[in-house]
Every structure is written in structure tokens, then in C-alpha cells.
Design a protein around this ligand. Structure first.
Ligand SMILES: *[C@@H]1O[C@H](CO)[C@@H](O)[C@H](O)[C@H]1NC(C)=O
Ligand SMILES: *[C@@H]1O[C@H](CO)[C@@H](O)[C@H](O)[C@H]1NC(C)=O
Ligand SMILES: *[C@@H]1O[C@H](CO)[C@@H](O)[C@H](O)[C@H]1NC(C)=O
Ligand SMILES: *[C@@H]1O[C@H](CO)[C@@H](O)[C@H](O)[C@H]1NC(C)=O
Ligand SMILES: *[C@@H]1O[C@H](CO)[C@@H](O)[C@H](O)[C@H]1NC(C)=O
Ligand SMILES: *[C@@H]1O[C@H](CO)[C@@H](O)[C@H](O)[C@H]1NC(C)=O
Ligand SMILES: *[C@@H]1O[C@H](CO)[C@@H](O)[C@H](O)[C@H]1NC(C)=O
Ligand SMILES: *[C@@H]1O[C@H](CO)[C@@H](O)[C@H](O)[C@H]1NC(C)=O
Ligand SMILES: *[C@@H]1O[C@H](CO)[C@@H](O)[C@H](O)[C@H]1NC(C)=O
Length: 585
């Protein structure tokens, strides 16, 4: 018994192709059951390779003559810049054991996997002799020439990964003969011609990626006969015609990308039956008509991009039913009417782009409910009224510009205050109306500028005052430190307290006297010599010697440390009244 049989019997779905699809990287969303299945498959694969190892000698030696010749022809037509095919030497015996990128079963090649190897040249038509080939993976090389027609002779072919090369010519219609084909990824090449209708004969097709080529013609109606299609990517081609309504038969479809083509016509209502669709990108085409109400039924939709088309009429209120929607881009179309209030009910929205349409009315206040909104653009419409302040704060003016009657989103677009302004006669109509608006905006700017000037002037005055005071203060300090007393008699006949500034004559500081024999002013203090006695969080205590040689203790309190000034003064006054033999006056 060899491992291959063990692999197939218990899990019919667990083909190597299944694994490849999931290990290939861009396989898309993985449902839970799929992941569980994948784990089982991995377990089985280990088992399989173990089984294979014991059968290897037998398998490896007997590479069929046809396969050996085919591989030799392939090597002959490749241009192997890096020598990655050096192991493909003339000793055919090693083809299944030692040749780079080759996998065999029973002496037949089942997989060629040489991605990212810098391979140039062409893919030989002799590849059609590899009758057991299931997987052809030559992506990310620099291959030229056509996709071999002979691929159509390979009945077991399941995966064709030729993306990111320089393949040219058209897609061979013969590929439709590969009835087991699951993945065809020819994206990012230089292919031209049409999408062969016969492709739909591959009814197991799961992923079809023909994006980033020069493919023309229309989307074949027949594609709807490939019911297992999950990913359909045709973006960045020259595809024209309209979207066939029959695409609605692809009920497994999760991702539909037709962007950057020349597709015209309407979006068929029937697409509303693609219940699993989570990403719809029809951007950069010439699609007209309206946003079909039926699309609102697609509750799995996460991304909807219809940007740069000719869609018109209103955005339907029913759009709120798209409860999983995260990205909605309808910019640069001809949508008119109001932004539906109900968009505020799609709490999952993170990005909402409606710019360059013909939308009118106000920005619905309901949009402030969109807590996760991180990208928002309604610029270049015909919106009016006040921008909800939450949005105005979150997004800069580039999200709102180009709406003449919209206000309150930046300092240069203040909303007119409610008091009436001089109105022109109403008979002059709408254009006059907007001119008046413009004028009043200018007025407001002028007034604002004036106000700003006044504020600046006041600020200047205050600054100058402060500077003068600071200078005086530092002068005083210099004098204090210059003539400090050294003797410490710790006499506290009286305490003077100033709160902020020594110059009690000015606003801010205030000198509070304790009861005592001396009466002095702040100016007296300024001309006194002083030494610091101590510092605390409340401020600094000085011993000051006045000009008449009387000594006082002065505590300067820091601002905002003390309680309310009134209370403080009362308490200090009471302290100062305390007389005791052990306390100096
Ligand atoms: C062929 O290549 C294999 C693997 O690189 C090597 O072991 C073998 O000696 C080569 N045979 C010849 C005839 O070059
Ligand atoms: C299709 O191919 C393009 C370009 O290689 C790639 O970016 C995209 O992810 C692919 N999409 C799918 C669904 O495979
Ligand atoms: C494949 O498709 C073509 C055209 O769509 C059709 O005529 C032909 O019968 C199909 N072949 C098979 C084997 O189904
Ligand atoms: C989100 O999508 C899932 C299916 O993918 C669906 O079951 C669910 O109801 C959707 N949620 C909402 C709020 O529509
Ligand atoms: C949002 O949904 C609630 C409940 O379904 C509904 O009552 C309300 O009218 C909706 N709001 C808008 C703006 O459509
Ligand atoms: C908003 O984003 C947070 C974090 O990404 C997420 O947990 C939350 O579910 C989101 N809210 C909605 C309504 O989607
Ligand atoms: C926008 O709508 C107005 C009237 O609602 C119409 O006159 C104007 O042509 C429209 N502009 C565009 C670009 O569709
Ligand atoms: C903007 O909307 C007003 C009506 O609200 C309409 O009269 C005017 O033509 C519109 N302007 C444009 C450029 O669509
Ligand atoms: C507005 O913000 C976006 C990013 O959120 C930034 O790219 C753009 O430069 C900003 N524009 C202005 C005028 O500040």
C-alpha cells in the first residue's frame, strides 16, 4: 500500500490541490471548518510523505520515458539565468528524486514548482506529455511566450500558477478541457485576446485570476456555468461590454473584481443573489444606471467600490441593510439627492467616500454615530448646511471642500450667525444667492482678521509689561544675593507675606503683614538685603534686613499652592497674633 491511497480514501476533499490553494497565500477567507479540515489534511500529508518515502526508490527510478523527454524539452526552452536547473541533468534516473522543483508519483511528474527562480524563456508545448501533472507553479519568473495550448491535454491539472511573468498571446481555449481545474492564475502578464468561453467547462474552477493583462472582449456569459467560482478577478484589463446578469448563478462567489476596465451598462439587479459576496469592486469603468436596491440584500458585503463610473440617481436608503459593510466608495459618479440618513446605522463603516458627485442637502447628523469611521470624504458635491462638529473635528477640510454652501468645517468656513444680514431682493434667484454668500464669507474673514489683530495687540502689551516686571525682579534678586547677611539670629519679629510679585503696588502679589512693630512696603523689601532661610513646597522664606537695619522674616508663597486668598489671609493673621515666651515676637 502506498501513501497516496491512504490519502485519497478517507478524505476525498483532501487533495494536494486543496492544500496548495490554502498554502499559496492569497487564498482568501478561511472559514472555521476549512481550517479544521486543513489541519486534518496536514496530518494526513505527513502520513502521506512518510508512506511515500518507503515507496520512493520504486517511484523515483522509473520516471516514464514520456515525462523524462518532456522535462528535458522544458529545460531546453527555459533560460536558466541562475542555474537553478543544474540538477536537471541527463541521468534520467534522478528526475523524480533529485531534480529541483519536480514531484512524482509512480514515476510520473505530478507537480512542477519553480516560483521566484528568475527563469526566462518559454514554457515548452511538450509539457502536454506530463499526463499526470496536477500543479504547474512558475509564478514570479520572467517567462515569455504563450501559455502552452497543450495544457488542455492534461486531464488531472488542478492548479496553474503563472502570475507575475511576461507571458503574451491569448489564453488557450483548450484549458476548458481540464475538467478538474480549480485555480487558474495568469494575472500580471501581457496576455491579450478574449476570455475563452470554454473556460466554463472547468466546472470545478474555484479561483480565476486574469487581472493585470491586456484582455479584451466581454465577460463570457458561460462563466455562470462554473458554479464553484469563489474568486473572480478580472481587474486592470480592457474588458468591455456589460456585466452579464447570469453572473448571479455564481452563488459561491465571495470576491468580484472587475475594476479598471471599460465595462458599461448597468449593474444587474440579479447580483443581489450573490449571498456570499464580501468584496465588490467595479471601480474605474463606465457603468451607468443606479445603485441597485437589490445589492442591499448582500449582508456579507464588506467592501463596495464603485468609484469613477457614471452611476446616477439616489443612493438607496436601504443601503443600511449592509450590516457588515466597512468600505463604501461611490466617489466620482453622478449620484444626486441626499446622503441617506440611514448610513448612520451601518456602524461597521470605517471608510466612506462620496466625493465628486452631485449630492445635495445636509450631511446627516446620523453619521456621527459611525464611531469607527476613519476615512471620510464628501468633497466636491453640492452639499449645504453645517458640518456636524464631530466630523469637522475628526477630518480636515480636504474632506469637505468644493461644497460652496457647506460651512463650519474649518476656520475659514464659519457658519453665518443666526442674526439676519442685508438680503438682496429674493427675485434675483439662486446664483445671486450664492454670490451673497460669498460676499458675507469675505466680510466674516475681514472681521475675524480685525479681531485677531486686536487680540495680538493686547497680547503684545501684556508681554511687554511682564518683561518690564521680570527685569525689575531680577534686579532686586541680584541686590539681595549681593548683600546677604551671614549672622543667623533667627529673629522673627514679624513676617511679611507676598503672594506673587514682590512689588505689591502692582496687581498679582499682595503683602500681608502680621501684627508687629514694623510697617514696610513691598518697595522697602525690594531694597532690603536678604538671605534664604528655607524652601518648601509652599514657597521660599527669606530673612530680610531692611534699610533701617530691622530684620524681618518674609515668606513668599507660590501661586496656586495656598487655598483661597481670603481664607489664607485670615489664617495667617491669626498665626501672627500668637504670643508666647518661647516664640520671638
Ligand atoms: C546529476 O545531478 C545530480 C544532482 O545534482 C548529481 O547527484 C549527479 O551526479 C548528476 N549526474 C550527472 C551525470 O551529472
Ligand atoms: C489576482 O492577482 C492579482 C495580481 O497578481 C493579485 O493582486 C490579487 O490578489 C489576485 N486576486 C485573487 C483573488 O487571487
Ligand atoms: C466546452 O465548451 C465549449 C464552448 O463553451 C462547448 O462547445 C464544448 O462542448 C465544451 N466541451 C466539453 C467537453 O464540455
Ligand atoms: C455579516 O455577514 C454574515 C455572513 O458572512 C451574516 O451572517 C451576518 O448576518 C452579517 N451581519 C449583518 C449585521 O448583516
Ligand atoms: C436606524 O435603525 C433603527 C432601528 O432599526 C431605526 O429605528 C432608525 O430609524 C434607523 N435610523 C435611520 C436614520 O434610518
Ligand atoms: C469598531 O472597531 C473596534 C476595534 O477595531 C471593534 O472592536 C468594534 O467591533 C468596531 N465596531 C463596530 C460597530 O464595528
Ligand atoms: C447636478 O444637479 C443639477 C440639478 O440638480 C443639474 O443641473 C446638474 O447638471 C447636475 N450636475 C451633474 C454634473 O450631473
Ligand atoms: C446645487 O444645488 C442647487 C439646489 O440646491 C442647484 O440650484 C444648483 O444648480 C446646484 N449646483 C450644481 C453645480 O449642481
Ligand atoms: C488631510 O488629512 C489627510 C489624511 O487624513 C492628509 O493626507 C491631507 O494631506 C490633509 N489635508 C490637509 C489640507 O491638511
Amino acid at each position: 500500500m502506498d501513501g497516496r491511497i491512504q490519502l485519497r480514501i478517507p478524505f476525498p476533499n483532501c487533495s494536494t490541490e486543496f492544500l496548495h490553494r490554502h498554502l499559496e497565500g492569497n487564498a482568501g477567507r478561511k472559514e472555521k471548518w476549512k481550517r479544521a479540515h486543513l489541519q486534518l489534511c496536514v496530518l494526513l500529508l505527513l502520513f502521506f510523505t512518510f508512506g511515500l518515502a518507503s515507496a520512493k526508490k520504486w517511484d523515483g527510478v522509473v520516471v516514464t520515458q514520456a515525462d523524462f523527454q518532456a522535462l528535458k524539452a522544458l529545460k531546453h526552452e527555459f533560460v536558466d539565468f541562475r542555474g537553478v536547473l543544474n540538477s536537471w541533468n541527463d541521468s534520467g534516473a534522478g528526475a523524480c528524486t533529485g531534480w529541483a522543483g519536480i514531484k512524482c508519483v509512480n514515476g510520473q511528474v505530478i507537480a512542477i514548482q519553480l516560483p521566484w527562480k528568475g527563469l526566462g524563456g518559454r514554457i515548452s508545448e511538450k509539457i502536454g506529455q506530463l499526463q499526470a501533472l496536477r500543479r504547474l507553479s512558475l509564478h514570479d519568473n520572467v517567462l515569455l511566450g504563450p501559455v502552452p495550448t497543450s495544457l488542455g491535454f492534461l486531464p488531472h491539472l488542478r492548479g496553474v500558477y503563472l502570475f507575475n511573468n511576461r507571458l503574451a498571446g491569448s489564453i488557450p481555449p483548450s484549458i476548458g478541457n481540464c475538467l478538474l481545474l480549480q485555480t487558474l492564475d495568469l494575472s500580471n502578464n501581457q496576455l491579450t485576446g478574449i476570455i475563452p468561453p470554454s473556460l466554463a467547462n472547468s466546472t470545478r474552477l474555484h479561483r480565476l485570476n486574469l487581472s493585470f493583462n491586456g484582455i479584451s472582449g466581454s465577460i463570457p456569459m458561460s462563466l455562470s456555468r462554473a458554479p464553484s467560482l469563489v474568486f473572480l478577478a478580472l481587474q486592470h484589463n480592457n474588458i468591455s461590454g456589460s456585466i452579464p446578469a447570469s453572473l448571479s448563478n455564481l452563488t459561491m462567489l465571495e470576491e468580484l473584481n472587475l475594476s479598471h476596465n471599460q465595462i458599461a451598462g448597468r449593474i444587474p439587479d440579479e447580483l443581489g443573489s450573490l449571498a456570499r459576496l464580501n468584496s465588490l469592486d467595479l471601480s474605474n469603468n463606465a457603468i451607468s444606471g443606479s445603485f441597485p436596491e437589490s445589492l442591499s440584500k448582500l449582508s456579507s458585503l464588506v467592501t463596495v467600490n464603485l468609484k469613477n463610473n457614471n452611476l446616477e440617481s439616489q443612493i438607496p436608503e436601504s443601503i443600511e441593510k449592509l450590516g457588515n459593510l466597512s468600505v463604501l466608495d461611490l466617489s466620482n459618479n453622478k449620484f444626486k439627492g441626499q446622503i441617506p440618513d440611514s448610513i448612520g446605522n451601518i456602524t461597521s463603516i470605517t471608510s466612506l467616500h462620496l466625493s465628486e458627485n452631485n449630492l445635495t442637502g445636509e450631511i446627516p447628523i446620523s453619521l456621527v454615530n459611525l464611531q469607527n469611521l476613519s476615512s471620510f470624504d464628501v468633497s466636491y458635491n453640492n452639499l449645504s448646511g453645517i458640518v456636524p462638529s464631530v466630523l469637522a473635528r475628526k477630518f480636515n477640510s480636504s474632506s469637505f471642500v468644493g461644497n460652496i454652501q457647506l460651512c463650519g468645517y474649518s476656520s475659514s468656513t464659519p457658519c453665518p450667525s443666526p442674526e439676519p444680514e442685508t438680503r438682496p431682493s429674493p427675485s434675483q434667484g439662486a446664483p445671486k444667492h450664492s454670490r451673497r454668500r460669498k460676499l458675507s464669507t469675505k466680510d466674516i474673514i475681514l472681521i475675524a482678521a480685525g479681531a485677531l489683530l486686536v487680540v495680538l495687540l493686547i497680547l503684545c502689551c501684556v508681554l511687554i509689561c511682564c518683561l518690564i516686571r521680570k527685569k525689575a525682579a531680577s534686579k532686586a534678586k541680584n541686590r539681595k544675593s549681593g548683600g546677604g547677611l551671614v549672622t543667623d539670629r533667627s529673629a522673627k519679629p514679624a513676617a511679611a507675606v507676598g503672594r506673587e510679585d514682590e512689588s505689591g503696588a502692582e496687581i498679582g502679589g499682595k503683602l500681608v503683614h502680621f501684627d508687629g512693630p514694623f510697617v514696610f512696603t513691598a518697595d522697602d523689601l525690594l531694597s532690603a538685603t536678604a538671605e534664604i532661610m528655607g524652601k518648601s513646597t509652599y514657597g521660599t522664606a527669606y530673612k530680610a534686613t531692611l534699610e533701617d537695619n530691622n530684620q524681618v522674616a518674609v515668606k513668599r508663597l507660590r501661586e496656586k499652592i495656598t487655598k483661597a486668598q481670603k481664607e489664607f489671609e485670615i489664617e495667617v493673621a491669626q498665626l501672627g497674633k500668637i504670643r508666647h515666651p518661647n516664640i520671638l515676637a
